[in-house]
Design a protein around this ligand. Structure first.
Ligand code: GTP
Ligand code: MG
Length: 370
């Protein structure tokens, strides 16, 4: 650990050398501009200026979780597929999502009122399907950027009257990059000017060849507006997910991902999370992004309180100390202390990053100057 001159140190802090000298004198150290001061002194001075000197420290999370990553095959059970809907502007994504939810979720529910959370489940032939009600692009980009693979299947909505458009292609690229299978919903079939063959031909040029043309891509004609073809579409989703043999281990501590989160006036930080593996329980100590919390309550996509959430289930959780970001990982900690520690470390790192490289002084920076 090498020393630095008062002058160089001042430059690093973006302060006048005279200011640094004044602080040094206040500490009883008589110094000139060319005098060298040691790291400890630098640390005290930078603290005085409100720019704490920190050792660059990587957040090492490798041994924070003592739970086995690899599941024993005998613990694995089938889990519902997680589906996102993507497609070009105005091709009918929202209408389709709404129709799927209406036709399946609100069936038989008092008043038909469904709580809006960022993800929901529907049931068809006694099998569940989880839909992420976020713009598909966000689910791919933000979450993938953080290393979270969230979706199992993409439904690509293409309006039959409009055909393949720029965002259609973008969606294909996202799904391909994430190695997520695509089911094409050829929408707006009710429109007289709809031309599904043109859609098939255009998509073939992008590597999505319909089964009836000798390819492997499933195309389902639908009218989101009229609710036609929805059941066929959902059946195809189940067919594709069966081939994927999606499994998870519900008998361990949960891991998942934050779908969306906000600060609620009455309830505090509320996060919609998707459980990806394990079972999430009320009372669990969790770290979501940079924050720790003990789950105080969980609410499912029907607005009902639940005590547990199994793999592929979306739930709202209450009890986090602050609002995590969409795409942040969620992890349950048996040891609360570890959970708190890791959240603190992450938050610290985040703050460092937010402050930006210019106002952050690290030991590394200091020694680069020498
Ligand atoms: P963005 O969120 O803006 O990208 O659009 P979107 O893909 O969610 O499309 P949205 O569901 O908002 O539908 C756009 C327009 O197309 C609306 O006016 C819908 O009523 C209409 N629309 C959606 N599906 C159908 C359909 O099957 N048939 C017809 N005729 N109109 C549809
Ligand atoms: Mg929309």
């Amino acid at each position: 650990s090498g020393p630095l001159s008062v002058g160089d140190f001042a430059k690093l802090l973006r302060k006048e050398a005279s200011e640094v000298i004044r602080k040094l004198i206040a500490l009883g150290i008589m110094a000139t501009i060319n005098q060298e001061i040691d790291v400890e002194t630098m640390s005290v001075i930078s603290e005085e200026f409100g720019v704490p000197l920190k050792y660059e420290e990587e957040v090492d999370e490798s041994n924070f979780d003592d739970q086995e990553e690899i599941d024993d095959p005998k613990d694995l059970v089938e889990r519902p597929p997680v589906v996102t809907i993507m497609g070009h502007v105005d091709h009918g994504k929202t209408t389709l999502l709404d129709k799927i939810r209406q036709s399946k979720v609100t069936e038989g529910e008092a008043g038909g009122i469904t709580q809006h959370i960022g993800a929901y489940q529907v049931e068809i032939n006694e099998k569940k399907i989880t839909f992420l009600d976020t713009p598909g692009h966000a689910a791919f980009t933000t979450m993938r950027a953080r290393g979270a693979k969230v979706t199992d299947i993409t439904i690509l909505v293409v309006a039959a009257d409009d055909g393949v458009m720029p965002q259609t292609i973008e969606a294909i690229n996202h799904a391909k990059a994430a190695e997520v299978p695509i089911i094409v919903a050829v929408n707006k079939m009710d429109k007289p000017e709809s031309n599904p063959d043109r859609v098939k031909q255009q998509l073939t040029e992008h590597g999505l060849v319909p089964e009836e043309w000798g390819g492997e891509t499933i195309f389902v004609p639908v009218s989101a507006l009229k609710g036609e073809g929805i059941d066929d579409l959902l059946e195809m989703v189940l067919l594709v997910s069966e081939v994927q043999e999606l499994k998870a281990n519900p008998s361990k501590r949960a891991r998942g991902v934050v779908i969306e989160a906000e600060l609620d006036k009455g309830r505090g930080a509320v996060a919609t999370v998707l459980v990806q593996n394990g079972t999430l329980k009320v009372g669990d100590g969790v770290v979501a992004g940079n924050y720790f919390g003990k789950i105080r309550a969980m609410v499912n996509d029907r607005g009902r309180r639940v005590k547990v959430a199994t793999p592929s289930t979306p739930v709202e959780i209450l009890g986090l100390s602050d609002v995590p970001g969409a795409g942040d990982p969620l992890m349950v900690f048996e040891d609360e202390k570890k959970g708190r520690a890791i959240a603190e470390k992450r938050l610290f790192k985040q703050r460092e990053e937010d402050r930006g490289a210019n106002s952050r002084v690290t030991l590394d920076d200091l020694f680069k100057q020498i």
